[in-house]
Design a protein around this ligand. Structure first.
Ligand SMILES: [Zn+2]
Length: 443
């Protein structure tokens, strides 16, 4: 098995996507992040390029993909890439754009899809989004100060203080047309239908062009791991996001399947051609989400706690999905907490003092050396997470305890070395860096 240290470039900006809407991304995107993206691209030799799908549709495969659909009366752009990649995407796609840009359609409000809107806008260009787009971009903007350090950690870049709070509804919203369930228009004799298909975000939409039996579905199907096997999605992204509602996502995939597309065009990665292949892949993905959701709900109804279910629920091998991007255990917790919130029926946990408030007392009783020794024994026995918890206990009293920090680094490195999920790997490396920084003497 190969350990993934670098994020596949096709997904990196998607992971950035809770950062903020376009304007903030431009402001926040640091050079180190861009360098990291470029390093990731170089690693996978996945340079942006123009790809012709049929006589009317072309794409630039980048982060995320940008599409043009040409008609005799003008062109429609679907998604616009992340701001850093958008100028290159436009330069590559422009030779395939045969008319004035009449519409820009946003499959969703993640930053890697809305970063190049202004590059494509002409006089009279309409920008179409699903109605939840408004709240989604405001949600990201509203919590920018909360997301900023998490994104800095997740994407291994120096933290940068966010700007002044923009307020609850301070995001820049560029859509000029927003719809609830369905919207359609005809341009140059070509009919475009848009359906609300919430999934990775609540504002996801699917663009359906009946003439080409083509469905543009944004990030509701994970393009990473193409060719197969694909990864299970993140029903909850641990960098911080609202849980992504599994039942909505399932229904949205059903909506796409009912259209019987011959081509599915994704926000990342390659298109899927042929209805049999589309059906096989999307149905398997849909069924896997349903399995994890239903097992979680069954466990909740049976009175099981979230940690038990995180340990017990495993995706059956028949789904043939990896956990390189989405992790089933995080998704279980996302579903559980999404339905139930924080309280676990234990009166100890409903008050404002956390368990860590008594860690210094435990260290006083046992002695820091004994706790560290126990952590080292846990590491030797392969019980790495327990070792981490023990170092938490010591470091709550003495944040610079070198033996506890060294034990912690060892446990984190061993966890990283066996991780098969690159989001998890990134957070483990973040923890290693932080512990190493703690080891350094104060300047
Ligand atoms: Zn994306």
């Amino acid at each position: 098995m190969t350990r993934l240290r670098l994020l596949p470039p096709s997904r990196v900006p998607s992971l950035l996507s809770n950062l903020s809407p376009i304007s903030s991304v431009i402001r926040l995107a640091p050079l180190s992040c861009l360098a990291f993206l470029l390093a990731a691209c170089a690693f996978a030799q996945d340079q942006p390029k123009l790809v012709k799908i049929n006589d009317a549709i072309s794409m630039v495969k980048t982060s995320g993909n940008v599409y043009v659909v040409n008609t005799p009366e003008g062109s429609v752009i679907i998604d616009t890439a992340i701001a850093e990649m958008a100028p290159e995407a436009k330069a590559l796609l422009s030779p395939a754009v045969r008319g004035p840009v009449k519409y820009i359609i946003l499959t969703h409000g993640h930053a890697d899809h809305i970063g190049g809107i202004s590059l494509w806008q002409e006089t009279g260009t309409q920008v179409i989004a699903q109605r939840n787009h408004y709240e989604f971009v405001n949600y990201v903007s509203r919590l920018e100060g909360f997301f900023a350090p998490r994104n800095a950690a997740a994407f291994r870049r120096p933290p940068k203080p966010p700007g002044p709070w923009a307020g609850n509804y301070g995001a820049r919203v560029e859509a000029t047309i927003m719809f609830d369930e369905k919207y359609e228009f005809t341009l140059g004799g070509v009919q475009f239908q848009m359906f609300s298909t919430p999934g990775e975000t609540p504002d996801h939409l699917t663009v359906w062009i009946p003439a080409y039996k083509a469905a543009f579905i944004g990030d509701n199907y994970s393009g990473i791991g193409v060719p197969e096997p694909n990864s299970f999605p993140n029903l909850y992204a641990i960098r911080g996001t609202k849980p992504r509602w599994a039942l909505d996502w399932i229904k949205s995939l059903d909506t796409v399947l009912e259209l019987k597309p011959d081509i599915v065009l994704n926000g990342h990665g390659d298109p899927i051609f042929g209805n049999a292949e589309v059906t096989r892949r999307l149905k398997r993905y849909r069924d896997a989400i349903q399995y994890v959701h239903d097992e979680t709900v069954k466990g909740m109804n049976a009175g099981k706690d979230v940690y038990t279910l995180m340990q017990q629920i495993k995706l059956p091998a028949s789904y043939d999905l990896t956990e390189a991007f989405g992790k089933v255990s995080w998704s279980v917790r996302g579903i559980y907490d999404g339905y139930a919130g924080f309280y676990d029926m234990n009166p100890s946990t409903m008050f404002e003092l956390p368990p860590s408030s008594i860690y210094p007392d435990l260290v006083k009783l046992a002695g820091a050396e004994a706790v560290v020794k126990l952590a080292q024994e846990k590491i030797a026995a392969g019980k790495l997470i327990e070792a981490l918890h023990l170092t938490d206990v010591v470091l709550a009293t003495d944040p610079k305890n070198p033996d506890a920090l060294n034990a912690r680094i060892k446990a984190l490195e061993l966890l990283r070395d066996k991780s098969e999920n690159y989001v998890e790997t990134g957070w483990l490396e973040y923890g290693i860096d932080k512990a190493k920084l703690q080891l350094k003497p104060a300047p």
